[in-house]
Design a protein around this ligand. Structure first.
Ligand code: GDP
Length: 306
């Protein structure tokens, strides 16, 4: 489909900043220590982090030995395989429909692309015939509430919002309203910054608790939106929010035009070492509606090395 090709082109063009330095490693004629050293540097530069870089290098060397490769182009292909295999467990679609409503709590620091992502996700679900209700629980930031109201209006979906209200109370009302109205999905936007990180996590935990009071199986999803362009910082956020809330999924935004696309490898390694992997439901490759895409490990690995 042309639409799919265009986002891939965009991802490829975006990741070229990350990829060119990695692909560069394989332009020589020899496979030697210098190549591996260059590759290590390139992966670190791409913000894959020390652990994922070591993991990939070890895995690649094993593959090279097994295949008895002597050609750098072939080794590059083996690296695509290694990265694909590492990223594969992150590949999973967001499922709604098991509960009425499915309650999705969305967290993320200000600027990560949380509001944009909620708008895109709402549109995506509404297009698929789902009845969505939004909860504007980022009551501290007037602009966030207004932005969400615009999104709700544009997508003709219901929204529960109260100026300056208590975030937990707004969310509670929204979940109750979602149940009463027979909505398919309730998406709760939450605050991205308070006085301190401790305050923020406390508030988010409270919102999560209160969602459970309004519907005992909920929240069904706790999503974190992170800015892929912040590299290792994104990984720190994933760890901190997971510790506080227990994440069920991630959205990694701004992968168009970043030099730090390697962070997906770091997230994948973290996810692999967790008791259960946290998938990347979507990636953001632009500001437009169609720029929220499902994550495809192989396509991503190929784009990373193109
Ligand atoms: P929030 O503070 O987390 O709610 O962030 P916003 O949704 O307001 O987004 C912050 C900025 O990032 C806005 O200018 C968005 O248009 C932009 N943005 C969000 N997602 C993407 C993306 O995937 N790619 C690009 N290039 N920009 C994005």
């Amino acid at each position: 489909a042309p639409e799919r090709r265009s986002w891939l082109d965009k991802l490829r063009a975006g990741l070229r900043k990350t990829g060119s330095s990695i692909a560069q490693v394989f332009t020589g004629t020899q496979i030697d220590d210098a190549l591996y050293e260059e590759l290590e540097e390139a992966l670190l530069m791409a913000d894959a982090g020390v652990a994922a870089t070591e993991f990939l290098l070890t895995d690649l060397k094993r593959r090279v030995k097994e295949a008895k490769s002597t050609d750098p182009v072939q080794v590059k292909g083996l690296l695509v395989e290694a990265i694909t295999e590492l990223l594969q467990p992150l590949e999973k679609g967001l499922e709604v429909g098991t509960h009425t409503p499915t309650v999705i709590m969305v967290a993320g620091v200000n600027g990560a692309g949380k509001t944009t992502t909620i708008g895109k996700l709402t549109r995506h679900l509404a297009d698929a015939g789902q009845r969505v209700l939004l909860a504007a629980a980022d009551t501290f930031r007037a602009a966030a509430r207004e932005q969400l109201l615009v999104w709700a209006d544009r997508n003709r979906v219901d929204i529960v919002s109260q100026e300056g209200g208590d975030p937990a109370a707004v969310t509670f009302d929204a979940v109750q309203a979602g149940r009463a109205r027979g909505c398919d999905v309730v998406i709760a936007d939450t605050a991205g910054r308070l006085a301190t990180q401790l305050h923020l996590m406390e508030e988010l935990r409270k919102v999560k608790r209160v969602i459970g009071k309004a519907m005992d199986t909920a929240p069904h999803e706790v999503l974190l939106v992170v800015d892929g362009n912040t590299g290792q910082n994104a990984l720190s956020q994933v760890k901190a929010f997971d510790e506080a809330l227990g994440l069920t999924g991630l959205v990694v935004t701004k992968l168009d035009g970043t030099a730090k696309g390697g962070v997906l490898a770091a997230i994948a390694l973290w996810s692999r070492q967790r008791h259960s992997p946290v998938p990347v439901y979507f990636i953001g490759v632009g500001e437009k509606l169609e720029d929220l895409q499902t994550f495809q490990a192989r396509e991503f690995a190929q784009a990373l090395l193109s």
